[in-house]
Design a binder for this molecule. Structure first.
Ligand code: HEM
Length: 221
């Protein structure tokens, strides 16, 4: 109990849950990249993934728990920082806080909204743009579902804006998680900072490419 009420314990919980979510974002991007191999690529990938049955459900529940912990303690850590306001400004000046680090709670809130929308769209498949069907091999046609939704410019703009938000959140978040877990020292910190920025750029470009290439007609069946 003390672990969750003390500020270092809270930061470690945020860092560990954040690390698992970053790992998910890496795996999801690799999986989504199968779309560049056309319908056969992503439909085969989705079918294999769903075939894993109980493992899929266990990882879904685990990731939901990680998200819950990250959101809850993110709010608590931010409220703590805000209630220590006079110090906050001193520290802010000393550390030259970046735009990304100062807006973590807001970029986090926007990402949470995006995740809810994204799940309603492609996991629960209940938003009005969603087109359902099977491909010639009788598999669920993930390619056509995604391509049909990304024919709409406003949806593509929502995705690109969400990916810019993810970029901001992770360009600070990844280096911060190494600090909270204590996997850094004066020598390695610049390396982790760079790694965080590089990964954030890879996510921005990799994820944005899918809706943009589908909308522009460069990526087709
Ligand atoms: C262009 C970008 C993206 C595309 C095309 C995409 C595509 C998809 C698709 C097709 C699914 C449904 C998978 C299935 O049921 O077979 C899915 C699920 C999901 N996506 Fe994405 N995604 C994108 C970006 C993201 C990002 C940036 C995040 C996280 C920040 C994310 C988080 C999730 C989650 C949590 C699920 C639920 C996984 C599950 O059903 O177990 N996605 N995505």
């Amino acid at each position: 109990m003390r672990f969750t009420t003390n500020s270092i314990g809270r930061k470690i919980l945020m860092a560990v849950s954040g690390l698992f979510m970053v790992l998910f974002v890496i795996v999801h991007l690799l999986g989504n990249s199968s779309i560049f191999a056309g319908p056969d690529g992503i439909n085969a990938y989705a079918e294999k993934l769903h075939g894993l049955g109980p493992f899929v459900w266990a990882s879904r529940l685990f990731m939901l728990a990680m998200l819950g912990i990250h959101v809850l303690f993110g709010i608590l850590v931010t409220l703590d920082n805000w209630s220590a306001k006079p110090d906050r400004y001193k520290v802010k000046k000393m550390l030259k806080a970046s735009f990304a680090s100062e807006t973590m709670i807001w970029t986090g809130a926007l990402l949470l909204a995006f995740i809810v929308y994204h799940l309603l769209q492609f996991t629960f498949r209940v938003t009005p743009d969603v087109v359902l069907g099977n491909d010639a091999k009788g598999r669920f046609d993930v390619f056509s579902m995604v391509a049909a939704s990304f024919r709409f410019t406003p949806i593509v703009l929502i995705y690109v804006a969400a990916m810019v938000t993810l970029f901001l959140h992770l360009s600070h978040g990844i280096q911060s998680l190494f600090q909270s877990i204590g996997w850094n020292n004066d020598k390695t910190l610049p390396t982790y900072t760079r790694l965080g920025k590089v990964l954030a750029v890879v996510f921005l470009l990799g994820y944005s490419a899918i809706p943009v290439l589908l909308l522009s007609g460069i990526l087709t069946k």
